[in-house]
Design a protein. Structure first.
Length: 353
C-alpha cells in the first residue's frame, strides 16, 4: 500500500497536514500542528526560452523541444528579450549593494549588422576582480565620442574607477577618461603591444631580410619579468646598445619608451593590477563562438537586443572553470559575488527568469 503524500506546512514545517477542498483552483490544506491554512498550486511554472538561445541552442532545436516551429520560437524569444531590463539599469539600480575595487578591463568586439558595409564595434567593460559586465553598447566606431559615452555611463552608475586596462586605443580614450575620471590611470595591454611588434618586425623582415628573432625573444622576456621601473630603465639602455643600430628596432624601442608610463604601470602600482586584457579576451572568444552560428543581425535594434541579453546572461550564469587566482568565483555568478546579498540577487533572478 503506497503511503499518501503529505505536504509540509509553510508556517511551522510540520508534515501533519490534511487536504480540505479547493478554492479558486488551488488545493487547500490544513495543519493540525499549528492550526493554520495554506494553499498549494500545481500549475506548471513558465519557462523562458531566451537563456537557452543565448547559451548556443539554435531556434530549430528549441522548436523541436517545445513542439513548435522555429518561426514561432523566434517571435517568443524576441518578445522575452524586449521585456528584459537594460544591463546598465541593473548596475545602476543596485550599485549601493555592489562592491567593486575599481580595476576595469575594456575592449570591443566587432559584429556584423545588415545595412552596414563593415562590422561595427560592440564596446563593453568588465570589472577585473568580479568578472562582472558593467556596461556595454553598440556603436558605429571606436572614436572619442564612443569612449566618452562609455565613461559617462560608468560615472552615472558611480563606479569607483582607478585603473583601466585597454589595448591600442590609448589616444582616442585618454582624453575622455581624463575628463570623466581625472584620477584614473591607464595600463596598456602588453600582449597587444607584443602582437603589434611582431607584425611590425615581419614587415621589416620583408624589406631588410634580417633575422629579428633575437630581438623579439629579448622583448618577450623583458615584458614577462615584473620588476621596478629602475630596472626597466636599465633594460632600455641594453636594448639601445644591442639593437639600436637597426632603424626598425630603434623605432620600436622609442615607441616603448614613449609609452612606458602606460605599459609598465603595473610595476609602479601598489594595488595588484593586470598588464594584459586576457580576461576580456576570454569573453570575446565566447561571444565570437556564438556569433558564428548567428551569421549577422537583421538590424541594429536586433543586435542591441541580443547583446543586452548576452550581457545579462553572462552576469547571471555561474562560473565553473575559473583558475586558481579566481577560484573564489567558481559556483557563483559575477553579479551574485559583486552584490554580497543573496536576497537581492534572488529578487533579480525572479525578475529575469
Amino acid at each position: 500500500m503506497t503511503q499518501k503524500r503529505r505536504y509540509v506546512c509553510k508556517t511551522c514545517g510540520s508534515q501533519k497536514t490534511q487536504k480540505r477542498g479547493t478554492r479558486n483552483g488551488k488545493n487547500r490544506y490544513y495543519c493540525t500542528q499549528c492550526n493554520t491554512w495554506f494553499f498549494i498550486t500545481h500549475t506548471k511554472k513558465q519557462t523562458y526560452l531566451w537563456p537557452d538561445y543565448i547559451d548556443g541552442l539554435s531556434l530549430r532545436n528549441i522548436g523541436l523541444r517545445e513542439n513548435t516551429s522555429y518561426q514561432n520560437i523566434d517571435k517568443i524569444i524576441t518578445k522575452e528579450c524586449n521585456t528584459l531590463p537594460q544591463n546598465g539599469y541593473i548596475t545602476s539600480q543596485y550599485i549601493k549593494h555592489l562592491s567593486y575595487r575599481g580595476v576595469l578591463c575594456m575592449d570591443a568586439k566587432y559584429v556584423k549588422v545588415k545595412g552596414y558595409d563593415t562590422k561595427i564595434p560592440f564596446l563593453f567593460c568588465i570589472d577585473y576582480y568580479t568578472h562582472d559586465i558593467l556596461v556595454g553598447f553598440l556603436c558605429l566606431s571606436e572614436d572619442r565620442e564612443s569612449f566618452s559615452h562609455l565613461f559617462r555611463l560608468l560615472k552615472e552608475i558611480r563606479y569607483p574607477l582607478k585603473y583601466v586596462i585597454m589595448d591600442d586605443v590609448l589616444e582616442r580614450a585618454r582624453m575622455s577618461l581624463e575628463y570623466w575620471f581625472p584620477g584614473a590611470m591607464i595600463q596598456l595591454c602588453t600582449t597587444h603591444f607584443l602582437r603589434n611588434a611582431k607584425e611590425f618586425m615581419k614587415s621589416a623582415y620583408k624589406e631588410t631580410k634580417r633575422n629579428y628573432d633575437p630581438f623579439m625573444k629579448d622583448l618577450r622576456k623583458f615584458f614577462s619579468i615584473k620588476t621596478t621601473m629602475k630596472n626597466k630603465q636599465k633594460s632600455f639602455v641594453y636594448f639601445y646598445k644591442t639593437y639600436g643600430m637597426d632603424p626598425y628596432c630603434e623605432a620600436l624601442i622609442q615607441k616603448m619608451i614613449k609609452q612606458k608610463d602606460f605599459l609598465f604601470l603595473y610595476c609602479k602600482s601598489f594595488q595588484e593590477i593586470p598588464h594584459t586584457n586576457n580576461l576580456i579576451e576570454v569573453f570575446n572568444s565566447h561571444l565570437e563562438g556564438r556569433l558564428k552560428t548567428i551569421k549577422g543581425f537583421r538590424s541594429f535594434e536586433s543586435a542591441e537586443r541580443f547583446l543586452n541579453a548576452w550581457m545579462i546572461r553572462k552576469r547571471t550564469k555561474p562560473f565553473c572553470s575559473c583558475g586558481k587566482k579566481f577560484s573564489y568565483l567558481n559556483g557563483k555568478t559575477s553579479l551574485e559575488y559583486a552584490l554580497k546579498d543573496d536576497k537581492i540577487f534572488k529578487k533579480i533572478l525572479r525578475d529575469l527568469y
